[in-house]
Design a protein around this ligand. Structure first.
Ligand SMILES: Cc1cc2nc3c(=O)[nH]c(=O)nc-3n(C[C@H](O)[C@H](O)[C@H](O)COP(=O)(O)O)c2cc1C
Length: 211
């Protein structure tokens, strides 16, 4: 009891071997991830499992293309340089044997309709929307996914930096689900590089105790 290794063993993995991840392992990981908490138990998610190497490569190319389309319109040269330079952090999933595309649907947070029906609550409305319970649920889902993948001997990485190409990604894989949009890409595979994570803020720095 009390051994938290399953948390500390997880690291973002950005290089993968070509070893396959069998569908039965993927199902086990995805099913476990759905046992997270979700606001009102709405379970506002849908997974698209892409195992076709060519399709995975085409998704990465769609992100690169959108990246250069946006970059070409930037006037600030240093912004342009940084945006194009860091595109690799949005596309390294191309080395993975599997890419899980996590789609999310929206959900009306408790109190939103009521606040909208009454004048003078703009700040509260903005706060509720910013703190998005639907995205908090997706966050819980993805963290579970990463922990489950690690526990099964795989590596994974939570990726949102290619989200500016969400439309192009969905048309590349020819996937559409009414009310759902792409929240993140999670590559999964056997890690192929030394595993290390950046440090954390000292815990005392992120705790305020009110007694
Ligand atoms: C919402 C979210 C989005 C992320 N998007 C990316 C990404 O697009 N590319 C990437 O390389 N890492 C991404 N990461 C991984 C973080 O960089 C990583 O979790 C952080 O540096 C801590 O390292 P660790 O996961 O190894 O502990 C993302 C993480 C989160 C939670």
């Amino acid at each position: 009891m009390g051994n938290l290794d399953f948390i500390y063993n997880r690291h973002s993995i950005r290089k993968f071997s070509q070893q396959d991840v069998p569908m039965k392992d993927l199902k086990k990981i995805l099913e476990a991830s759905t046992y997270c908490a979700s606001a009102k138990n709405v379970q506002n998610w849908h997974f698209v499992v892409v195992k076709n190497k060519e399709l995975i490569e085409n998704i990465a190319k769609a992100i690169e293309q959108k990246n250069s389309e946006i970059a070409n319109q930037l006037n600030d040269e240093s912004q342009k340089l940084a945006f194009t330079k860091f595109v690799r952090f949005a596309t390294f999933f191309r080395s993975a044997p599997v890419a899980i595309l996590v789609y999310a649907s929206s959900y009306t947070p408790t109190g939103l309709e009521e606040l909208k029906a009454v004048n003078g609550y703009e700040e509260e409305i903005n706060h509720i929307l910013e703190m998005s319970p639907q995205m908090q649920s997706i966050g819980a889902l993805i963290e579970n996914l990463l922990l489950a993948a690690t526990e099964m001997g795989y590596g994974a990485c939570w990726m949102t930096s290619g989200n500016y190409a969400a439309k192009e990604i969905s048309s590349t894989i020819n996937f559409e689900k009414k009310g759902f949009s792409l929240a993140a890409i999670v590559p999964i595979g056997v890690p192929n590089s030394p595993i290390k994570s950046p440090g954390r803020k000292p815990v005392d720095e992120v705790i305020s105790v009110i007694e």
